[in-house]
Design a protein around this ligand. Structure first.
Ligand code: HEC
Ligand code: HEC
Length: 269
């Protein structure tokens, strides 16, 4: 940051740095507690075959029979359904997937989960930046991020600086979703499991970025994940706890993990 030029830009950047610091402070306490007990993606809980049955009855219609996020009705939601075969999913814990299916994504992010707590990870909604970024800056930032996804990087120093100050602690300096926050004190396993759930997006994954249109991304960055859904009415993963019991949900977690995330479906029993 150029400290000599007291331009409006500099002030905005200083604001972002302060805001980023607030975020870090706000999130640092649970992150520290979680560091002692690193999240684990696999718990080996749940019946694979029971899960397969349920998946092919309910989940396939959006997430696809092959877990590629393109079931018969995948076009009807914004954002589009999660792609289970993407490497992004390796950073998601079984516990988080269980809670998402039981309570729905919004309730997990709002911590309305009837006493169920995520083990070793912190539910974290993508924050709002409407107070520190102008609409035009957000639009430029999106274009710049698009360059990371396509591999054709755009030269835009202002966006690069905003990204470094306000986004990189979660999304990583190169936009791969591997900043300080999701990593925490975990050993550098390959791939690591994120301390933040859902894991911050890795912009280099084309199959993930294809789930979002520009309007959704703009709203997400300006208003944050919670308001994008509660006020702006963008979609989210709904709850299935009223039709599935815990045993069935663990089954589905096991099936999604093995068949799609690990890519090893079992042979017929
Ligand atoms: C009506 C469509 C629909 C159905 C049916 C559905 N989902 Fe989803 N699911 C979505 C959408 C849309 C998202 C993306 C939400 C987002 O990005 O905020 C999603 C996201 C997810 C996620 C990832 C959450 C995250 O934070 O990225 C998991 C795990 C998941 N679904 C599991 C399931 C399972 C298991 C079933 C079956 C019991 C199921 N879903 C049924 C639409 C659906
Ligand atoms: C406190 C951590 C954190 C910070 C800081 C942060 N993000 Fe995110 N971001 C997330 C998380 C978590 C998700 C996953 C959201 C989800 O699936 O609901 C995400 C997702 C995204 C996505 C993909 C859309 C999606 O729903 O997955 C984009 C684009 C994005 N962030 C942009 C930004 C930009 C630009 C900044 C800085 C101005 C930023 N983020 C700062 C945590 C963060």
């Amino acid at each position: 940051m150029n400290l000599h030029a007291m331009s409006r830009q500099t002030l905005i950047h200083t604001g972002i740095a302060a805001f980023a610091l607030c975020l870090l402070t706000a999130f640092s306490a649970p992150a520290h507690a979680a560091a002692k007990q690193p999240p684990r993606a696999e718990s080996n809980k749940g019946d694979y075959w029971l899960g397969k049955e349920i998946y092919e009855e309910i989940c396939f219609s959006c997430h696809g029979i092959k877990g590629n996020g393109q079931g018969p009705s995948f076009r009807s939601s914004r954002p589009r359904p999660q792609v289970f075969t993407s490497s992004y999913m390796k950073r998601m814990t079984d516990d988080y997937i269980f809670m998402i299916v039981k309570f729905g994504k919004m309730n997990v992010l709002l911590d309305k989960t009837k006493g169920f707590k995520l083990k070793g990870a912190t539910p974290t909604a993508m924050p709002a930046f409407g107070e520190v970024l102008e609409d035009e800056q957000i639009r430029k930032l999106l274009k710049w991020e698009h360059g990371i996804t396509t591999g054709k990087k755009i030269k835009d120093e202002e966006s690069a600086e905003i990204f470094k100050d306000a986004c990189s602690q979660c999304h990583g300096l190169a936009g791969r979703g591997d900043g300080e926050r999701p990593r925490g004190d975990q050993p550098l396993g390959k791939p690591f499991v994120s301390e933040i759930q859902p894991p911050p997006m890795n912009y280099t994954l084309k199959e993930q970025m294809a789930r979002f249109d520009d309007e959704f991304l703009f709203t997400l960055i300006k208003y944050g994940r919670l308001e994008a859904t509660t006020v702006k009415k963008f979609d989210f993963m709904k709850a299935y706890g009223h039709i599935l019991n815990d045993k069935e949900i663990w089954g589905v977690v096991r099936f999604v993990r093995e068949a799609f995330v690990n890519g090893k479906s079992r042979k017929k029993k």
